[in-house]
Design a protein around this ligand. Structure first.
Ligand code: SF4
Length: 251
């Protein structure tokens, strides 16, 4: 059972190696993907005894803390989020991501959003206030059955693709984060993303050792090998180039 705790955060805007800052309105993520890299360190870091996916700390003072930090911060790109999904189901109740975005838009801090949730559609009105923003949906496979196995609590692939389509047609730059590459069909995936994204990022499963047992259980040993990732990557690149789609490979 999910344990939700309201907490007071000391800091919201933190330095990041990937963007200038990262912002996590929640500690923990109820979406609970089997391969989540955050599960490898966040439980220990957050002092929780519950399993990853079974706890979420809600940073109820997020807006006040962020405002104070932004008063002193040098302008830079803010990544939302690095170790949680900013649109996990609790966001529908707490609206922390929305409040933080409003403040960031007021001050025109560039933002990069990454989520698996269609709840992101709620905030299109705020996205439109930004001069610089990118909104991305993580889409790891074209295959709904595979997505349900690895990401059982996430919205369907169809819902994510549809969210990208709506955001893109609202004039907001979008990207698909295709990572970690889960078993699927790269040709069908490229076809589904065409016309809905400005860029595609491709990454492999980086912590295979942590999900090895799960792949074995499903009889998917071949799909966790370097060879599989290389072949999938080559086929996906071919399809994206054929369609003149922008992409970046991260492995
Ligand atoms: S949505 Fe992202 S942060 Fe949440 S469990 Fe899945 S991979 Fe981890």
């Amino acid at each position: 059972m999910l344990k939700v705790k309201e907490v007071e955060a000391k800091s919201l805007l933190n330095r990041s190696k990937i963007f200038d800052y990262c912002l996590n309105p929640y500690t923990g993520c109820q979406i609970n993907c089997t391969y989540c890299y955050a599960r490898l360190f966040m439980r220990r870091y957050s002092g929780h005894s519950e399993a990853w996916g079974e706890f979420v700390d809600v940073k109820v003072n997020a807006f006040e803390v962020l405002k104070k930090q932004l008063d002193k911060a040098k302008k830079g790109t803010v990544w939302i989020s690095s170790v949680c999904d900013p649109y996990q189901p609790l966001e529908a109740t707490y609206s922390l991501t929305r409040c933080c975005l409003k403040e960031l838009a007021k001050r025109q801090f560039p933002v990069n959003i990454q989520t698996k949730s269609k709840l992101v559609l709620r905030d299109v009105d705020i996205f439109q206030e930004f001069e610089t923003i990118e909104v991305g949906l993580t889409i790891t496979t074209d295959d709904e059955r595979v997505a349900r196995l690895f990401e059982p609590r996430a919205p369907s692939v169809e819902e994510r693709v549809r969210a990208l389509e709506i955001i893109h047609s609202s004039g907001i730059p979008t990207f698909a984060f295709v990572g970690p590459l889960l078993p699927g069909n790269p040709e069908r995936l490229a076809e589904r993303l065409e016309g809905k994204v400005d860029k595609v990022f491709i990454d492999k499963m980086n912590y295979v050792y942590s999900v090895k047992g799960f792949y074995h259980q499903l009889g998917l040993q071949r799909e966790m090998t370097d060879r599989y990732f290389r072949e999938y990557k080559a086929r996906l690149i071919y399809e994206l180039e054929k369609r003149n789609m922008n992409f970046e490979v991260l492995f």
